[in-house]
Write a protein that binds this ligand. Structure first.
Ligand SMILES: [Zn+2]
Length: 438
């Protein structure tokens, strides 16, 4: 017994000593590496023109002067925004590019980028020689947040396209709808107004379009979403994949897990592997589109099934109306109190009706075949109507029913052979959502 005790003690002391020495050693290596880093910093050469094109101007503001974002001994970098009506010749004229060179540039870029397509509001960068001639060496036009076109004057005039590196980060947003605020308000409060539109759009149109009518979202509904954000040079440029979401609407939880059953696209399935797509969209109007204009306020849309056998959606005149399911148009004309009216027959059982339209979509008439989500007409106030709105009816065997109370045909569930893989992913996502506290 005693022997064991002594042995353990020795082992303990040795290990403590070992850890202590090791940590000392670590400290010294850390110090030297920090020192060598500092000396490296001093020796760093300024970026080349090509590095500026690829990575943008470095974040050191020491050298900025009026109109110039960055400069080295050899060149200056000027960043600007295309003004309305400004052509490339106006911009480059200032940097001593002649009209003859602009002509050559037009020829060189013909197959890559049409110079007449330069849009006002887009950003550009000019890299200019610092000698007395002050001639542009390169002009970089920012086509989108990730794509740019380089017009290079250094040797022979050349044009090429480039793409910035996109960094992806994951994020989770969780919230509850408050009295007087909508989904929009709730998401923007958490994520900021820049990111909210893309996420609202994705939830309303890609994940829950078949299971939740977002016009009916109410106080105490809640949500949590696990998704990717994309950044270019630390600037948010968009939403990437949405991995999972859970929405509680009127006390019912609807989970959605992203899963790819085929190469082309991903679908969303609930925890039991049921596809969230179904034969009918919940709403004939795009929630994200209609509500975006209302900013922080709750949008004034009712979307309740009324005694008059339909659901009313208040929206601006001209708002597009979608067919909630695929089918054949059996009526597209004026119809008494309904005003301009469209009826779509989906099969022997289901028919939908859309009334008070300001106009029909071009090409829509009796006999047209429409797919789910196709625009068929536009919101108006024709017939017996007190203001612009869509009156939507849902019929089963010709009888009016409340569409929100229907058990509607679902899409094909997950394939058997994918169950194992899906369950693994579902469990992983569920754990991430459940462990999120904020
Ligand atoms: Zn109505």
């Amino acid at each position: 017994m005693r022997k064991i005790f002594i042995f353990t003690l020795i082992a303990f002391v040795t290990s403590i000593l070992f850890i202590y020495c090791n940590s000392k050693e670590n400290d010294t290596t850390k110090l030297t590496s920090e020192k060598s880093h500092e000396s490296e910093k001093i020796k760093i050469a300024p970026p080349t023109i090509d590095e500026i094109i690829e990575n943008g101007v470095p974040n050191d503001s020491n050298k900025i002067k009026e109109g110039v974002s960055y400069e080295t001994d050899e060149f200056s970098v000027i960043e600007g925004v295309v003004n309305p009506g400004q052509a490339i010749s106006h911009i480059l004229g200032k940097y001593n590019i002649s009209n003859a060179d602009i002509y050559k540039l037009e020829q060189a870029s013909k197959d890559i980028f049409d110079l007449r397509n330069i849009q006002s509001g887009k950003r550009y960068t000019v890299i200019c020689s610092k000698d007395s001639n002050y001639i542009a060496q390169c002009f970089v036009y920012q086509k989108s947040k990730t794509q740019y076109v380089v017009f290079d004057f250094r040797d022979t005039i050349s044009v090429r396209e480039g793409e910035k590196e996109v960094i992806t980060k994951t994020n989770i947003v969780k919230g509850t709808i408050n009295q007087g605020g909508g989904l929009w308000y709730s998401i923007s409060k958490k994520l900021g107004e820049e990111k909210a539109p893309a996420l609202v759009d994705f939830l309303a149109n890609n994940i829950y379009a078949w299971s939740i009518d977002f016009f009916q979202i109410q106080a105490k509904d809640s949500f949590i979403v696990y998704f990717e954000e994309k950044y270019v040079e630390n600037e948010f440029v968009g939403i990437g994949k949405v991995y999972a979401a859970s929405f509680t609407h009127k006390g019912k939880i609807i989970n959605a897990f992203r899963f790819k059953e085929n190469e082309k696209y991903a679908d969303y399935f609930d925890e039991n592997g049921n596809n969230l797509r179904s034969a009918f969209l919940k709403s004939p109007i795009d929630f994200a589109r209609v509500s975006s204009g209302f900013g922080h306020r709750k949008h004034p849309i009712s979307g309740k099934w009324k005694k008059h056998n339909g659901v009313d959606y208040a929206a601006r005149t001209g708002t597009p109306i979608m067919s909630t399911a695929s089918g054949t148009v059996t009526f597209a004309a004026r119809k008494g109190g309904y005003g301009n009216c469209i009826i779509v027959k989906h099969n022997e059982k289901y028919t939908t009706l859309y009334a008070h339209l300001s106009k029909f979509k071009k090409g829509i008439s009796k006999g047209s075949y429409v797919k789910q989500g196709d625009v068929i007409g536009y919101v108006g106030s024709t017939g017996y109507s007190t203001g612009p709105h869509l009156h939507y009816e849902f019929m089963v065997h010709g009888k009016h029913v409340d569409p929100f109370k229907q058990e509607l045909p679902a899409s094909l569930p997950l394939k058997d052979e994918n169950t194992e893989e899906f369950n693994k992913l579902r469990n992983e996502y569920t754990e991430i959502l459940q462990n999120f506290v904020k």
